[in-house]
Design a protein around this ligand. Structure first.
Ligand code: ZN
Ligand code: ZN
Length: 170
């Protein structure tokens, strides 16, 4: 295993050949219930040895990091992109060695959403649920953290703040 900086988070595939390292504070830790994340989860589950990324309530937990702070110490050549549609700007990336879901990349964005399931150690707890208008019917969400039907202002503000920090060297 490669050396990891103290403030770095490490995501590792289940067979250990692929590592992703994110340094610095994450932008945020969220659970997404949108239809695409549920569909993407089904797509990844259908792979050989595949597994789902969404939980039984339909939500996929992510921790978002700045793209400029993400490195691939091991196995980057094994990463494999999956898209829901050929022209989609969103790729869901698995480790091709063992089909572990690693991260979601909205290619027009400045952040990378790492699947919480791939992160080692103690990833930050989820702060909010988003896109809950698409949660599966019958699912009741607890009130431990805020749930939002779409993307709340707080979510957008966090992404903008990270973008500003990147532009101004923060
Ligand atoms: Zn692997
Ligand atoms: Zn989503």
């Amino acid at each position: 295993m490669a050396e990891t900086a103290k403030d770095a988070a490490l995501a590792v595939c289940s067979c250990g050949k692929v590592e992703l390292e994110a340094t610095g504070e994450p932008i945020m830790s969220v659970v997404c219930y949108c239809g695409s994340c549920q569909e993407g989860s089904r797509q990844m589950e259908a792979l050989p040895d595949g597994r789902r990324t969404c939980g039984p309530d339909g939500g996929t937990p992510y921790v978002a990091y700045r793209k400029d702070r993400v490195a691939y110490p091991m196995g980057s050549e094994l990463l494999r992109d999956l898209r829901l549609a050929e022209e989609s700007p969103t790729r869901r990336v698995v480790a091709g060695c063992c089909n572990s879901p690693m991260f979601l990349d909205f290619e027009k964005g400045h952040w990378l959403s790492v699947y919480r399931s791939a992160l080692r150690g103690a990833p930050p707890p989820a702060e909010m649920r988003v896109q809950t208008k698409s949660k599966p019917t019958g699912v009741e969400l607890p009130e431990d953290i805020p749930s939002h039907r779409g993307y709340p202002l707080r979510f957008v503000a966090k992404l903008l703040r990270a973008r500003a920090a990147m532009l101004f060297g923060g």
